[in-house]
Design a protein around this ligand. Structure first.
Ligand SMILES: *Cc1c(COP(=O)(O)O)cnc(C)c1O
Length: 381
């Protein structure tokens, strides 16, 4: 099945009971049993809900995986994956990373006994050198948030597997349409479905896809035992969002390419980060492992502090200043103060998350309007 067909049909078939073409939203917490323990596969909605089952099948199909699981948020999914480990285990993690992933590792799982080292995963030699005898997991975000670094998934999978560790890829920025880490031998894929999979900024959700049966069974157990599950209405919204994922990603990428090229030559912009720019250090790798470079663009303007950016916020009419990403509308984010505030300032600066760094989630509006909006805002600086 090709991509547009897959996206429209993944996980969904007409309801066997009524023929309803769209997956019904099963607003029920419990299910009638004929006799104790005799039921139709559903007992209680923390464990299973038919709307969620349809979505989990869609998640698996999108990543070409055997198994898919839905969680209440991307971080609930991250939490479950990290619980596959035991106190004393060591995890290597991409240095440029979603702020909340950094926070759950440092503030929740480090006190609980896991050990983390943050490394430049764009550089396999550096990753290899950072392995310890107790390293059980390599956690990679590519493209990364907010600097859009690209890490070589297949090479990192080889390195991890040679040392008996699992490779986890946070595929949120790419989406399954642009990149399929399991095909490149990653073991587990995690998504914040809040972003492009949902696609309309109206739901918070997480997804996990994998082929390994043992890890799947443990994650399924944790999903029920810990209870971070999404409700049926949210599952319906993400199922609906998925149907247009390829269409949206094409337009997001097309617009982002134009905007990145515009920013790269703008006199007030000191640096533009986008994997589709020839000047991106991993342009070729991105071309190799991604179908398109995606809808996220970061850039740096020459300011000494955040306050100096105020005229920009006042001038922007189409871009909304907000956290999050992946919706149809364009958003602008200031990582140092907003999404990445939980990373200590010194580390932020070392990474390149400066006061003048801005991150765009480029929407599916007309590129000409978006460029005009940015032109006006940059002029005001
Ligand atoms: C948003 C995000 C997360 C966390 O997902 P939530 O749904 O907000 O819990 C994880 N990774 C990346 C790359 C994200 O952008």
């Amino acid at each position: 099945m090709k991509w547009h067909t897959l996206a429209v049909h993944a996980g969904t078939e007409p309801d066997p009971l009524t023929g309803a073409v769209m997956t019904p939203v099963y607003f029920t917490s419990t299910y009638a049993q004929e006799a104790p323990g005799q039921h139709k596969g559903y007992e209680y909605s923390r464990t299973h809900n038919p709307t969620r089952t349809a979505l989990e099948m869609a998640f698996a199909q999108l990543e070409g995986a055997k198994y898919g699981l839905a969680f209440a948020s991307g971080l609930a999914a991250t939490d479950a994956i990290l619980r596959l480990l035991s106190p004393g285990d060591h995890v290597l993690v991409s240095r440029d990373l979603y702020g909340g992933t950094y926070r759950i590792m440092r503030k929740v799982f480090e006190p609980w006994g896991l050990q983390f080292d943050f490394v430049d995963t764009t550089n396999p030699a550096q990753v290899e050198a950072a392995f310890r005898p107790n390293t059980r997991m390599l956690w990679v975000e590519t493209p990364s948030n907010p600097l859009l670094h690209i890490s070589p998934i297949a090479a990192l999978a080889d390195i991890a597997h040679a040392r008996g560790a699992k490779l986890v890829v946070d595929n949120t920025f790419a989406t399954p349409y642009l990149q399929n880490p399991l095909e490149m031998e990653a073991d587990i894929v995690v998504h914040s479905a809040t972003k492009y999979l949902g696609g309309h900024s109206d739901v918070v959700m997480g997804a996990v896809m994998l082929n390994d049966q043992e890890a799947y069974e443990r994650l399924r157990f944790l999903q029920n035992a810990v209870g971070g599950v999404p409700g049926p209405m949210d599952c319906f919204l993400v199922l609906r969002g998925i149907k247009t994922l390829p269409l949206r990603m094409q337009k997001h990428s097309e617009n982002a390419q134009k905007i990145a090229e515009f920013l790269a030559t703008h006199p007030k912009v000191s640096r533009a980060y986008y994997p589709g720019l020839l000047t991106h250090p991993h342009y070729l790798l991105a071309k190799q492992q991604m179908r398109l470079p995606g809808g996220m663009v970061s850039f740096e303007v020459k300011v000494s502090d955040t306050e100096a950016l105020r005229p920009m916020w006042e001038k922007l009419e189409i871009f909304t200043l907000a956290e999050s990403l992946g919706g149809v509308e364009s958003l602008i984010n200031h990582p140092a103060v907003m999404t990445h505030a939980s990373i200590p300032e010194e580390e932020r600066l070392a990474l390149g998350i400066t006061p003048g760094l801005l991150r765009l989630s480029v929407g599916i509006e007309d590129a000409e309007d978006l460029i005009q909006d940015l032109t006006r805002a940059l002029q005001a600086l």
